[in-house]
Ligand binder design. Sequence first.
Ligand code: FES
Length: 601
Amino acid sequence: MKHFNVIFKPDGKEISIHAGATLIEAASQAGIILNSVCGGKGICQKCVLQLEPRGQRVLACQHVVQNDLTVTIPADSRFFEQKILEHGIDRQIKVHPTVCKRYLKQRLCHGNPKVLEANLNKASSNQVHLISSQAADQLKQLDLHTLSEGLTAICHLDPRLDDLDSQSNTYTVRSFERGDTTGKIFGLTVDVGTTTVVAKLINMADGRCEATQATINPQSQYGDDVVNRIAYAKTGAKLDELNSAITECINGLTVRLCGQACIDAKYIYEMCVVGNTTMNHIFLRLPITQLGRAPYEAFSLDAHDVRADELKVEMNPAGNIHTVENIAGFVGGDTIAVALAVDMDGAEDVTLAVDIGTNGELVLGTKDKLYAVSCAAGPAFEGARIRCGSRAAEGAIEAIVVNNGDIVLDVIGNCAPRSICGSGLIDAVAVLLDLGIIDATGRFIEPGKVQDKLPAAILSRIIEKDGQPAFLLAKNADGRAVYLTQRDIREVQLAKGAIRTGFKILLNRFDLEDSDIKLILLAGAFGNYIRPESALRIGLLPHVPVDRIRFVGNAASSGARMILLSRQCRARARQLARKIEYIEIAHEPEFQAVFADSMVF
Ligand code: FES
């Protein structure tokens, strides 16, 4: 097949790609991730590139390569490295993982697996050890007569056995290492978000976090939200593509983690992966098309334990990869990890855990009863479908306050503002409501009706854009403006309406009011950067005193660490999966009425 060269500027990257490929595929091959909110359908207009030398603007997802090309990537089309939340609450737990190492001195090293099993069982009472056939084969390769330094057995708790709390356990010996390597035992936690992936290297001996790395989920090039990715993966080959993207991403993060901590990846024996149900299924390469149509059912709600070599993950090939249970089609193991990390199963008072992303996942209740919902907030809070919106990347307005008769902006990277991200949007809408520029229905008030009440600087910001009222947030030296239109306000209203509907339906299930919630725990990157006062002002959160709102950071990663390090926590996660009852809000009889009511600011 004919191939052409494509040069990407300003990166200076050059690749060769087959005729008929799209520019978005070419960019991906060059390691450049472009915005693709609509998943390459040509609808969102976020993937614009300029063809040189004339600067003709084309959609990368639609433009087919038929000759050598040089293209320039405008800053807005690039999927920026966004602010990624790496840290979460660090709960003290007793380290008692499902993997351990047992050292056998030279005199106990016999090539016969049965003798070795007997020696292992003698050395640790109440424990049963079974040597796997692969480990037995490996034993034959090791010349045990010359093995003066002894042997270390890598023992994995048998995941089929339900009682993780028991003192007496059955271990499968999956591999052996020469000498005493008991001091080298590591694990990984991976939080696979729709947008970002956060990985941590954990010392399984003492629970310490040795290194953290994060990156954008490379599946973003196939669509910004799970709906677009499900639509993309309609064939096995496409699902494979998404699966390879996340596997390679995790492998890349592992290389960086090992480099940072100076360890060899072969000493990583256990990995705990959390993510929403779609991310979980793509990673395990389970069917996902049913997640895209009613009744949106998961193929599997179970936890899975899979050998690393089966998933092509680069750690110890005999190592175990544990994926946490899912709750429903749109509420996955990351929600269980959050609930575990914030102790929802021990909550005496009514507690609401909130994780807002493209989907908002909410869990409400006490230790006695927990309900979860998923709210299709849409990507507005991630900047999509907002005229000047973007993710929380450099140049994005992330906070807005009124001061001295005008607005003051906080811009990520302290540079000239070129967009607005989710936290900035919430602030902006709160400010517009406070100033009376928009009313409770979200409609812009006619400027004539507010001109006597507003300072001149603010009044001058009320403009018109394409026939719609708009509010000018910033105008840069190059004449480029960042503003909010009436339609943008409607998008925010829809997103907050979806979240509000979620917690209202949860409260109705318990017959409670907003004020009955004693604690709101905001998890995830978005939650961590919003100002609670603004979120309360626009009705994104239940009306409670602001001191009842706490940020818990990347609680999904914290929960994953607990599940990695403690078999008791793994058992609790399993119990939580059974305990948290999922409510499909669209099926609730009061849904329409609650949603209409929730749209009001
Ligand atoms: S228009 Fe190209 S990805 Fe949406």
